[in-house]
Design a protein around this ligand. Structure first.
Ligand code: GUN
Length: 285
């Protein structure tokens, strides 16, 4: 079997195009997204640059707030409170991870839930678990959109999520449950991970370990979604990006597989833009 490669870049481009059309009449007073970056983590700086560029492309005004790694928790909180009060800011995201020693949940708790376009705050996470409307975290929302666009059957399927983060694993497990999948969540401390991943009709991998999932860990005919973004450390491809899935071996057993780059990454950004436009609609303009 050779897997169908699921084209996140193409799907995301279509979503951005739709948003650009929707926003074209409103360029005198567009939606505004504030992106808060604390410190100088190189990977975070690249992600923030991509988000800001995508905003520009569709007609969302981006406000880039940069704080030094030495900023105090109170300085971050004060900056978020200023953005909460700004009438022309409709969405706020704090790029994670914050520098070590910072209290991430305390910073996220400062974001006004109506502007929490990453959906990481306790209120939006609780609404998700409760089945109430709210902002859904962008990567899980992007994965669900790709599965639906690819006509992957969800009801009754066994989905295995490898990773239990607040950003991906936990909210994605909740969304898959809401779509009537049976869900297993496993993680770095799970015993015999391969035995669990081999059960998956849908395998989503978000652990941050380069090429950890090999063909022998995948059920033939499965749909494999690779959320990992890792830098190749050695060999001819050093410096390039790879996922948590060993693409070349897994493509021979899976029915569908997302590439890295060009899979989940662009979908995450498209969902962020969508959430920002939704936030703008919900706030009195
Ligand atoms: N760090 C890794 N993924 C994300 C994301 O989706 N949003 C934010 N704010 N930080 C991240």
């Amino acid at each position: 079997m050779t897997a169908e490669i699921m084209n996140g870049s193409g799907l995301a481009a279509k979503l951005r195009e739709d948003l650009r059309t929707e926003l074209a009449p409103f360029q005198a007073s567009p939606p505004g997204l504030a992106v808060v970056l604390v410190g100088a983590d190189p990977a975070s700086a690249v992600y923030v640059k991509h988000k800001i560029r995508a905003c520009e492309e569709v007609g969302i005004r981006s406000i880039h707030v940069s704080l030094p790694a030495t900023a105090t928790q109170e300085q971050i909180a004060a900056e978020i409170r200023r953005l909460n009060a700004a009438r022309d800011v409709h969405g706020i995201l704090v790029q994670l991870p914050l520098p070590s020693g910072m209290d991430t949940l305390a910073a996220l708790a400062e974001i006004d839930p109506v502007k929490d376009v990453d959906g990481f705050g306790a209120l939006n996470q609780g609404r998700l678990v409760s089945g109430l409307p709210g902002f859904r975290p962008c990567t899980p929302a992007g994965v669900m959109h790709m599965l639906q666009a690819g006509n992957v059957p969800l009801a009754g399927a066994h989905a295995v999520v490898l990773g239990r983060s607040l950003i991906v694993g936990k909210p994605l497990a909740t969304l898959l449950l809401a779509a009537d999948a049976s869900v297993t969540v496993c993680h770095s401390r799970s015993a015999d991970i391969g035995a669990l991943t081999r059960l998956a009709d849908i395998l989503v991998v978000a652990v941050g370990r380069a090429r950890m999932i090999t063909a022998d860990m995948v059920k033939p005919g499965a749909t494999v979604i690779d959320v990992g973004i890792n830098r190749v450390q050695q060999g001819a491809l050093a410096g390039s990006l790879c996922g948590d899935v060993d693409f070349e071996s897994v493509r021979r057993v899976a029915a569908r597989l997302t590439p890295v780059p060009g899979g989940v990454g662009p979908m995450t950004i498209a969902m962020l833009l969508r959430n920002t436009v939704d936030a703008w609609h919900r706030q009195a303009r």
